[in-house]
Ligand binder design. Structure first.
Ligand code: CAA
Length: 389
């Protein structure tokens, strides 16, 4: 059977960010707590006219510059920032991207994990019908209560991937390790805009799930820990991945020194430090960061992935970077997008944080603000109207 995996990958984040030094100043906290303690520098804040739909469409648009979006057979949309209890956010994206009417669309949810489920399901669909191309999009806005410990770990972003046979970026191995446990470490009831989180507990469950998912992977796969050259972790904040990788390296008695262990993940952390947590998207934005910023050519290198969704479901899986992958990346586009962002003053951050959210069917025109290609133009009669610019 031919290999299956990620053929193209592109991400998007908002054009606004808050520097965590600004947040620290407003909170009377030492900025080093954020820059060093949690390893984050900036957090992306969506513009008034951005949400998971516009970010998703902006992440996916570059994938269709050189090919026809009509070939997509399925769009799998992963998010935990749902905008509707019934309609899949991907259906709006289907129109914005001009996908074919015969393309199926569905939304997946399990906290930050569901993009991994989407990738695995997409691989299974393509394995069954190798001529198909499946579009997987993960898009999220991480929002916590003001003045809560989670506030500094907010962020936003979306990632879009084409899943195909004989992919040009990375093949995904079929063997995976899973771990599921019914725990309350982080959740967001339907009536809340912000997540409820038991922060310290969540970091412990993350590490426990890593060990259990790894043990299951080790039983399922013929690969040893030393067969994996680089690692990408779910990234609520970059220090979490550093702790996780040290933990896994210790469990596996890695022969590497501390610097060698750090080098296996450092490339994957760069974009996350600048955009913050993007929940479902973070693992794959981490992969993009590794591919686009690694000092080494990664062709033929095997990467280990750890996906974690609070609540909780975790998965360890692996993939091998394809020869010539670097020709198919969107590095310049991503760099230009990050460079063109505008810094927010603390008051502007609060203004975006408290963006109005009509709930009673009233009409609201939304000021044009995003530099992205798509925007939420108005909400009226409980309907959201999206436009392409
Ligand atoms: N200089 C340098 N370091 C400093 C410092 C300073 N002045 N002040 C504090 N630090 C260090 C601390 O020593 C600590 O380091 P260690 O973890 O190595 O001990 C680190 O900075 C954080 O400090 P605190 O533990 O005091 O931070 P906190 O309790 O205020 O918040 C947190 C930490 C609980 C993770 C919080 O950010 C949070 O609740 N985040 C949201 C939940 C989350 O992201 N959980 C991750 C696992 S769950 C998941 O992954 C799913 C998801 O996406 C949410």
């Amino acid at each position: 059977m031919s290999s299956v995996g990620i053929d193209q990958i592109s991400f998007y984040t908002s054009n606004y960010y808050l520097d965590l030094r600004t947040l620290a100043r407003a909170q009377n906290t030492d900025p080093e707590k954020y820059y060093v303690g949690i390893g984050q520098e900036k957090m992306g804040m969506p513009a008034h006219d951005e949400d998971i739909v516009t970010m998703a469409a902006s992440a996916a648009a570059p994938l269709f510059k050189s090919e026809d979006s009509k070939h997509i057979s399925t769009l799998l949309f992963a998010t935990e920032t749902g905008i509707d209890q019934s309609k899949a956010a991907g259906v709006y994206v289907h129109r914005l991207l001009g996908l074919h009417e015969n393309c199926r669309v569905v939304e997946l949810k399990q906290a930050c994990y569901s993009a991994t489920a989407a990738v695995q399901m997409a691989c299974a669909l393509v394995a069954r019908q190798p001529e198909q191309t499946v579009l997987v999009i993960a898009s999220d806005i991480a929002k916590y209560d003001l003045d809560s410990p989670g506030e500094a770990t907010q962020g936003c972003g979306a990632v879009a991937m084409l899943i195909r046979a004989n992919p040009r970026i990375i093949t995904i191995d079929p063997q995976v390790g899973n771990y599921t446990e019914d725990v309350m470490d982080f959740w967001r009831p339907n009536y809340r805009k912000t997540a409820i989180v038991d922060g310290k507990y969540s970091t412990k469950i993350y590490l426990k799930s890593l060990k259990r998912a790894w043990e299951h992977f080790r039983d399922a796969s013929s690969l040893a820990f030393t067969d994996l050259s680089f690692f990408c972790y779910h990234l609520p904040f970059s220090r979490m991945a550093q702790k996780a990788h040290r933990h896994l390296s210790k469990v596996n008695k890695s022969p590497l020194e501390v610097e060698g262990i750090e080098a296996q993940i450092e490339g994957s952390l760069l974009y996350n430090k600048l955009i913050g947590n993007s929940y479902t998207a973070s693992l794959f934005i981490g992969l993009t960061s590794l591919l686009e910023n690694s000092k080494n050519n990664l062709s033929g290198q095997r990467i280990g992935f750890f996906s974690y969704g609070s609540g909780c479901v975790a998965e360890f899986f692996s993939g091998t970077v394809v020869d010539g992958y670097e020709k198919w990346l969107f590095k310049e586009l991503h760099m230009a997008m990050l460079d063109s962002r505008s810094e927010l003053a603390y008051e502007q951050y609060l203004e975006l944080y408290h963006a109005p959210d009509p709930r009673n069917g009233e009409s609201m025109e939304i000021t044009a603000d995003t530099k992205g290609k798509f925007r939420l133009a108005n909400i009226s009669d409980h309907k959201r109207e999206y436009i392409a610019l």
